[in-house]
Design a protein around this ligand. Structure first.
Ligand code: GDP
Ligand code: MG
Length: 790
């Protein structure tokens, strides 16, 4: 055990503390983003930390600090120096100096004719819930940090005025270390909203109000919404809102976002704040004590156009803030003055500037809470949030991974079996429509286009809507309950093995739905190399658009263990992703190990409403895709198979001699070693537009040859009975599986490629196209040749 003297205290490393132990933080070692993040999460001098448990694979470890559950890897906890609980901290904690006032000129909020209100808050504090409630939007709410990675705008009316509400990503601070922080900070600086609505989790005020202290310094009218008021009331804690508002110098209004309680009052308070700011306004800021306040004043005098927040950041030597000085004539002078001031402050407090400011901000918050918040006296200190007994099971050393696997298996099995019923209804509905139109219309190109091209193509994809809805319903439940973050906690050790962060698990999981939002979700990863590795491997997580092809092939060629066969495809995708990630993070994308600071949100009962909203919005997206890309592609595919027309050919010959047939024949030599014929080659090609089209192409290729009458067999039967020119069946289970493997692994659809290009760059997009296709070909080739030998 390492121990040394700091301020006459025996200190140890947090990493060495046993489970159940509560200690007090002395300091965080290391530097840069990691240290800053820990400080912001509350690892400041004197803060109490309890060691809750090890992850099932022994790393990371869950700690409780400021009532929130945070997970850290052992290597990170080794950066935190702690000492016995109840040690005396004589210096700055609880240094509550109250507030200072800054007077700024009034702004006319209607200058651009729009009232703009920005939602700012920690991840998972209910911003999106409020946004949806107020604007009637159906954005995704999730009990997981970093679900919102860009901003959403909506409108509402109040008192006859139209207000724009902007839902920003959740952040713990505005220091610009992570993409979200950067986004929020830049948004506020560039768009200068008329007011900031700061949402805080009332059950976790100490940590949430830290961000508030930064927002306060921006001198924009601000109202604090005390969200999750229902949970605070249930907990038995008492908050004197009026006193708290006075101490912080900011309006606070209680609210429960998901049922709308207090929302009207919150909005009204926000509008009032804007109206008041029309005249000269006094803003309230944290009082950092005489020395720092004088320093801020001195520097503000030199650059009057900068807000207090930026001035303080310049004193802190923040690189982003310093950039703002660049086009200023006295930049060098400002920098040297800032350096002098910084040295003086550091000497005086005998600490580094970042810790000093963080400590003072926390001191301010703590001081105010000590006055205004009365914890429920019946609750033992260190008691955990509700749902914790469930947590013991879900993160149990031996049961956690099996439970995770079973949950995933259940999800896929349910998707398969439950979805089959509505699927049948849709299928027969489409068959009926096609038949009816076929009879009602005269023979000709138009009839063929509508019946075979549009109804056949789009209909073949539409039948998978129920399954996709069910899959998203499950993902939403997992996210909303708080399990998703536990999944990241459980698998971090494994993800770490492949060079990634447990957080990558979430984009991967979203990737099972659709690669595009999954690639976007990687923005929550702080390390760029991590992000690129994750982005490049996400397409191996089999997206729901590929599901129709599997469902068709599994149903047609496997009679038993359908769920398991489907799952095996998914598992192979995961395996390939893992191998790819290992290779990438050991070679071209090599980097220092990534950190695992993550908040574990409380368990919440998932609401049917949320899950339905989520399902509905995914369903809508799917239908939109169907009405656009899939419709267009179906028509193109149909036309390629329909032209050029030749008189007197059988339908079969017609397709074979069509443009499509020519293309397929051209690539046949490439796909033949995989057991495929030219029809399958064509299907794979058309899948570039969207993976669903693989199935609709097969629909056109295999059912296009028959007129749609009541005798026409479904695509499934067509595939089962399809024969090669020599009379052998085209498909058998081996070919079907080889084909599924290829569909699983080959290049992602255009939408995903666009997303990859945007997030990682053109170079990586091209790499991805070549790499995935090569892998797909190899894996199918190896499988096919081994399987036919056996
Ligand atoms: P965001 O990350 O800030 O956008 O937060 P979300 O709106 O996604 O909400 C996070 C979680 O908190 C979700 O599970 C919500 O259902 C839940 N939630 C939001 N508002 C409230 C509230 O007022 N009370 C309770 N009990 N839960 C809430
Ligand atoms: Mg959100």
């Amino acid at each position: 055990m390492i121990s040394n003297e700091d301020n006459n205290k025996i200190t140890r490393l947090l990493d060495n503390e046993p489970v159940g132990m509560t200690v007090q933080v002395v300091r965080v070692m290391g530097d840069g983003a990691f240290r800053q993040r820990l400080l912001e999460m509350g690892f400041v001098r004197g803060a109490r930390v309890t060691v809750l448990k090890n992850a099932p694979l022994q790393d990371p470890v869950e700690y409780m600090i400021l009532g929130a559950h945070i997970s850290l890897r052992h290597s990170e906890a080794a950066q935190v120096e702690v000492t016995d609980q109840d040690a005396e901290f004589c210096d700055m904690e609880d240094a509550f100096n109250g507030i200072v006032e800054t007077t700024v000129a009034g702004v006319d909020p209607m200058a651009d004719n729009v009232l703009r209100v920005a939602l700012v808050g920690n991840p998972n504090c209910g911003k999106t819930s409020l946004f949806n409630y107020v604007t009637g939007a159906k954005e995704k709410v999730g009990n997981y940090g970093g679900v919102t990675v860009d901003s959403k705008e909506g409108w509402f009316n109040i008192g006859g005025r139209k207000v724009q509400l902007v839902d920003l990503p959740g952040t713990y601070s505005l220091t610009e270390y992570s993409p979200e922080e950067m986004y929020v900070r830049t948004y506020i600086r560039d768009n200068h909203p008329d007011a900031i609505l700061n949402i805080v989790d009332a059950g976790n005020l100490e940590r949430n109000l830290y961000l508030t202290t930064q927002v306060m310094d921006m001198n924009i009218p601000m109202v604090i919404a005390l969200n999750m008021w229902d949970e605070l009331e249930k907990s038995g804690d008492h908050l004197d809102i009026e006193m708290m508002s006075r101490l912080l110098g900011a309006r606070m209004v209680p609210m429960t976002a998901f049922n709308g309680h207090g929302v009207k009052e919150v909005l009204q308070a926000t509008i009032d704040a804007i109206d008041e700011s029309e005249q000269e306004t006094r803003h309230h800021n944290v009082n950092y004590g005489a020395l720092i306040e004088d320093s801020i004043k001195e520097l503000s005098g030199m650059c009057p156009q900068l807000d207090r927040y930026t001035v303080l950041k310049i004193i802190e030597n923040d690189q982003h803030a310093l950039l703002l000085l660049n086009n200023q004539s006295n930049a060098d002078q400002v920098k040297s003055t800032a350096a002098e001031l910084r040295q003086r402050i550091e000497r005086d407090y005998n600490d580094d500037i970042v810790s000093i400011i963080t400590d003072l901000k926390y001191g301010f918050v703590r001081g105010a809470l000590a006055e205004a918040l009365t914890p429920n006296p019946d609750r033992a200190t260190g008691e955990t949030k509700p749902g914790y007994s469930l947590d013991r099971l879900l993160t149990n050393r031996w049961l956690a991974l099996p439970i995770l696997l079973v949950l995933m298996w259940l999800m896929f099995e349910a998707t398969f079996t439950l979805g089959a019923y509505p699927q049948e209804w849709i299928e027969s509905g489409i068959g009926w429509i096609g038949e009816w139109i076929g009879k009602a219309m005269p023979d000709g190109i138009l009839r063929d286009l509508i019946v075979d091209g549009i109804i056949g193509g789009v209909g073949g994809v539409l039948v998978f809507l129920p399954q996709i809805l069910i899959l998203f319903f499950f993902i939403s439940l997992l996210e909303d309950s708080g399990y998703m973050a536990r999944a990241a906690f459980i698998v971090d050790r494994i993800m770490h093995r492949v060079g990634l962060h447990g957080k990558s698990f979430i984009p991967y999981l979203i990737g099972f739905g659709c690669g595009v939002p999954a690639i976007m979700a990687t923005r929550t990863l702080e390390n760029r190399r991590d992000r690129i590795v994750t982005i490049l491997t996400i397409p191996f997580m089999s997206c729901s658009a590929r599901l129709p092809a599997y469902l068709l092939l599994v149903a047609a060629f496997f009679t038993a263990k359908q769920g398991l066969i489907l799952m095996s495809i998914y598992l192979i995708g995961i395996l390939v992703a893992a191998l790819t990630a290992i290779v990438l993070s050991k070679t071209v994308l090599k980097h220092d190990k990534t950190q695992f600071v993550m908040e574990l949100p409380p368990y919440r009962k998932p609401t049917a409403r949320n899950a339905t909203i989520h399902m509905w919005s995914k369903g809508k997206q799917y239908l939109q895709k169907m009405a656009t890309i899939i419709l267009a592609a179906s028509i193109i595919v149909w036309a390629l198979g329909y032209f050029p027309r030749h008189e007197g050919q059988t339908p079969q010959e017609q397709i074979e001699n069509s443009y499509m047939g020519m293309m397929g024949k051209a690539i046949e030599p490439v796909v033949e070693p995989l057991g495929f014929n030219w029809q399958m080659g064509v299907s794979v090609l058309t899948g570039a537009a969207a993976k669903e089209i693989v199935v609709s192409t097969m629909g056109v290729l295999y059912t296009g040859e028959a007129d749609a009458d009541e005798e026409s067999a479904s695509l499934k039967e067509k595939l089962q009975t399809a024969t090669k020119p020599n009379g052998e069946p085209v498909f058998n289970p081996i070919v079907a599986y080889s084909f599924m493997l290829f569909i699983l692994l080959y290049f992602p659809c255009i939408a995903a490629l666009v997303a990859i290009r945007r997030e990682a760059g053109t170079k990586w997009m091209i790499f991805e196209i070549i790499y995935t296709t090569a892998v797909a070909w190899l894996v199918s080739f190896i499988f096919y040749h081994i399987a036919i030998l056996l």
